[in-house]
Design a protein around this ligand. Structure first.
Ligand code: PHE
Length: 450
């Protein structure tokens, strides 16, 4: 069966779409609170190292696999395996990635819902003059109301599936062109404000003065896992975007730009937030509610804060939206390329499944707060840890091994098209550093569990 495959209009739309996938709640919501929970600078250091030594090379690997295969991840890996005379079972790696994407979206959408609800709270002027306690109270109230959370989770899912149903070319590409730069601009305003009223020195010290004694196995694992999450790696999202990519784009350059933009953005917002945390005597380890509790205080004090806050949460919602889309695209591409099911029907069905799973996440913030699944983690925490610290790095490890040890070097080089030296560097990172790094972290993890 041959199906028409869409393609990016030009290299910029690919870059922006992939950056759109990478930049999302991972940067704005997750990275800041993970820095706090994991003790600050040690975590930041390992995170940055993971981005450079594992993230960038693996982003190149995923794009090259996608572009060579020109198919969804499952069939794509299968045809690459056949080309390399390796076992076709490698295809399950694609399947694992799809499942990972669906699991992530089930909680991602609930958090996306928090952001949507904060747009209306901000627009109503509810942040004006708000104190630290009031802000925390507001947020806790939101978490305590399952119906409100469910409502916004539903809106977020409808928004996401609405775009996915239309395919990659319409709307999404154009939206990205404006929104990502706008998000950067508003973050700079926030940073400027934080610099003037916040405690930037403490924030800087907390995030960047390396304290090696704080590098614990758990911090390393979380930092590595978050590098995957933040760059959308290890589950086929980047691969499927790469499969819509024309041949004339430099994969290495695109990967470096995207990873740099993604990392910078996360660190800038981290600084802005911690400057406020320290100036307002809040605790850095507030967990997932961190930005929802700290930022309203800042917005409430700055001139024009209501407008800036509203804009900010709108942009965060867009950033989350463009990431959410990429979480389901691998699965949808697979269904559409293999069956006669229409894109619309596939999207609706899949959306419903994820929405239902998301309900359990909603409840894990209130009614089912004390329902523990494993290791004392509730449903949200289990899904988060399972995907970020296990499934994504595992997917990344297998992708690296597949490209590095099973595919023909000539084929890889044909896609990467790098000068000899740079190709060797990529090979060293993909074949040796990344697998050993991820493998070592997994061994640590096994140790902790026992
Ligand atoms: N990278 C996205 C973020 O930082 C999340 C994501 C993970 C998207 C995995 C796709 C795949 O928000």
């Amino acid at each position: 069966m041959t199906h028409h495959r869409s393609a990016w209009r030009n290299r910029w739309t690919f870059m922006l779409a992939t950056a759109g996938s990478a930049i999302g709640l991972g940067n704005i919501w997750k990275l800041p609170y993970m820095i706090g929970v994991n003790g600050g600078s040690a975590f930041v250091l390992v995170f940055i190292a993971s981005i450079f030594f594992v993230g960038i090379p693996l982003m190149m690997t995923e794009i090259l696999l996608g572009r060579r295969a020109q198919k969804n991840p499952l069939d794509g890996i299968e045809s690459l395996a056949l080309e390399a005379k390796a076992s076709r079972h490698w295809r399950y790696l694609g399947g694992m990635g799809m499942l990972t994407g669906l699991l992530i979206l089930s909680f991602y959408s609930v958090i996306g819902g928090w952001v949507l609800s904060f747009i209306s709270t901000a627009a109503n002027g509810n942040f004006v003059g708000i104190s630290g306690e009031q802000s925390t109270e507001n947020f806790n109230q939101l978490l305590a109301s399952p119906f409100t959370l469910l409502f916004w989770h539903t809106v977020f899912m409808v928004m996401t599936m609405g775009v996915v149903a239309r395919g990659v070319n319409s709307g999404l590409e154009k939206a990205n062109n404006i929104l990502i730069p706008a998000l950067f601009a508003i973050l700079l305003i926030l940073l400027g404000y934080s610099m003037s009223v916040g405690d930037m020195q403490s924030a800087y010290q907390f995030m960047f003065s390396p304290d090696f004694s704080k590098i614990t196995p758990v911090a390393v694992l979380s930092a590595l896992g978050h590098a995957f999450f933040s760059l959308s790696l290890g589950m086929g999202a980047v691969m499927v975007y790469g499969s819509y990519l024309q041949r004339d784009v430099s994969i290495a350059r695109a990967s470096i730009y995207i990873a740099l933009a993604d990392t910078m953005l996360g660190l800038v917002i981290g600084l802005a937030i911690y400057a406020l945390v320290f100036a307002n005597q809040l605790t850095p380890n507030a967990g997932p509610g961190l930005i929802f509790q700290t930022l309203p205080i800042a917005f409430g004090q700055m001139p024009g804060g209501t407008l800036i806050a509203t804009l900010f949460f709108i942009l965060v919602a867009f950033a989350a939206w463009t990431s959410a889309i990429s979480l389901v695209e691998p699965t949808i591409a697979w269904v559409v390329e293999n069956t006669d099911i229409s894109r619309k029907t596939a999207t609706t069905t899949l959306g419903l499944i994820i929405w239902v799973l998301g309900i359990s996440v909603v409840l894990s913030f209130n009614e089912w707060q004390n329902v523990k699944i494993v290791f004392g983690l509730n449903i949200f925490e289990t899904l988060d840890k399972l995907t970020s610290t296990i499934l994504l790095p595992l997917g990344g490890l297998l992708i690296a091994i597949f490209a590095g040890y099973f595919m023909k070097q000539d084929h890889v080089q044909e896609e990467l098209n790098l000068p000899h030296r740079s190709f060797k560097i990529w090979m060293c990172m993909n074949n040796i550093i990344a697998p050993i790094g991820i493998g070592a972290v997994f061994l640590y993890l096994l140790n902790i569990i026992q």
